[in-house]
Design a protein around this ligand. Structure first.
Ligand SMILES: Cc1cc2nc3c(=O)[nH]c(=O)nc-3n(C[C@H](O)[C@H](O)[C@H](O)COP(=O)(O)O)c2cc1C
Length: 375
């Protein structure tokens, strides 16, 4: 690597006028705004929100972000059916699967009650969720187009069908991938940025580690900028990602420990206490592999009496009520909480988001300095 005045200036930061090549993905809009103001980019995950709610939330962010660029993340997975209602998908779930859920409920003493739709939780009204279908994703994307958000991040699936329309409205498009061939496909479709999401990361992720995936993807799609994701939780890793050929890092788990985050205290405590090996990657939640802090529920789903995992969106609909019941009744033993990556092992205390960012930046620059790479 050549000596540089500012290793934190990359094609990604130049495009958006950012100070740091650090993206924070999350579901807490206070953290998103804080990150944007601290020099990075916040990307808001709205996959679970109705189009009306997305409209309200984006307006909220736009009013506070002081003109800084931000991103919005939606799932448009090709493994979702084209159309359908929750009731229609529910009807396709075999009785044996419902019986299994009842068995788990009894085994773990999970009350059969939850907070009703309409309850305000952490400033958000809980709304009945539409089923994840391509039609639903399309309605969500319409809101992004109307708001002309600076960046649309496609969580899963190939966003090729919407890239021309997004570009027409001045929206840049980024795709998260877990395999090199997915990156090549999105690159061919004209994507602006790729996130190489390693299996170390929290939330849905592919089967390859970040260290292995990132340089392969960077090579395969050059000169399209690639962000490394999965396992980044300190400044040395930011430096390492740049060395791997990435134009920045895309991070999630670390911000769940930010002071501003509205995460449930039980979930935050579990992340702070977790070692890297306490997280597991399983697909019983909604049918796609996802990393989170493991519990006895994970053991049950891989036991031999568990039913087979259903295709999407049935598996997610099967688990929806019991997940609410566990969360609302704070059933700690099997609290599923949120996604969480292996970087949990690095996260041991709650800090303000800006402090986390500053510490990463300083440590990254120190690493460059240590190897004589700063001019
Ligand atoms: C709680 C949680 C929820 C997530 N949900 C989504 C999501 O809805 N869409 C998405 O693109 N990525 C999602 N992710 C993955 C992140 O975008 C990111 O790739 C990942 O967190 C990076 O790895 P890290 O957790 O080690 O930082 C989620 C991650 C976490 C921790």
């Amino acid at each position: 690597m050549q000596k540089t005045k500012n290793p934190l200036e990359t094609p990604f930061t130049k495009e958006f006028g950012l100070q740091y090549p650090i993206v924070s993905f999350g579901h807490c809009k206070d953290v998103i705004v804080e990150i944007c103001k601290a020099g990075g980019m916040g990307v808001y995950g709205v996959a679970g929100f109705s189009p009306e709610e997305i409209d309200r939330e984006l307006t909220w962010i736009e009013e506070r972000v002081e003109g800084k660029p931000f991103g919005v993340d939606v799932i448009v997975s090709g493994s979702m059916p084209a159309t359908g209602t929750t009731e229609e998908f529910e009807a396709q779930i075999p009785q044996a699967h419902w019986d299994w859920i009842e068995k788990l409920r009894k085994e773990f003493n999970i009350p059969n009650t939850r907070l009703p739709d309409g309850t305000v939780i952490n400033g958000r009204v809980r709304e009945p969720r539409g089923a994840f279908t391509q039609e639903y994703a399309r309605a969500q994307l319409e809101v992004l187009l109307e708001h002309r958000v600076p960046l649309f991040a496609c969580a899963q699936g190939n966003p090729a069908f919407i890239i021309p329309e997004m570009h027409h409205r001045g929206v840049k498009v980024l795709g998260l991938i877990g395999l090199v061939r997915q990156a090549v496909r999105e690159h061919a479709a004209g994507i602006d940025y790729i996130v190489a999401h390693g299996q170390d990361g929290g939330g849905h992720c592919g089967p390859i580690g970040t260290f292995t995936l990132t340089p392969q993807v960077a090579r395969a799609v050059a000169p399209t900028p690639v962000l490394a994701a999965g396992g980044v939780g300190c400044g040395r890793q930011v430096a390492a990602a740049l060395m791997l050929g990435a134009a920045g890092v895309w991070t999630g788990t670390a911000w769940l420990t930010a002071k501003e985050h509205d995460i449930e205290p039980i979930a935050q405590a579990k992340i702070l206490a977790a070692r890297s090996e306490d997280t597991v990657r399983t697909n019983w939640g909604d049918g796609a592999f996802r990393r989170h802090v493991g519990s006895r529920m994970d053991e049950r789903w891989v036991s031999k009496d568990a039913p087979p995992i259903l295709p999407r969106p049935m598996q997610g609909i099967l688990n929806r009520e019991i997940m609410y019941q566990i969360a609302d009744n704070k059933v700690e033993d099997v609290y599923y909480g949120m996604g969480c990556g292996q970087t949990a092992g690095l996260l041991t205390e709650v800090k303000p988001a800006r402090q986390i960012m500053d510490e990463w930046v300083n440590e990254c620059l120190e690493a460059f300095e240590q190897y004589g790479l700063l001019t």
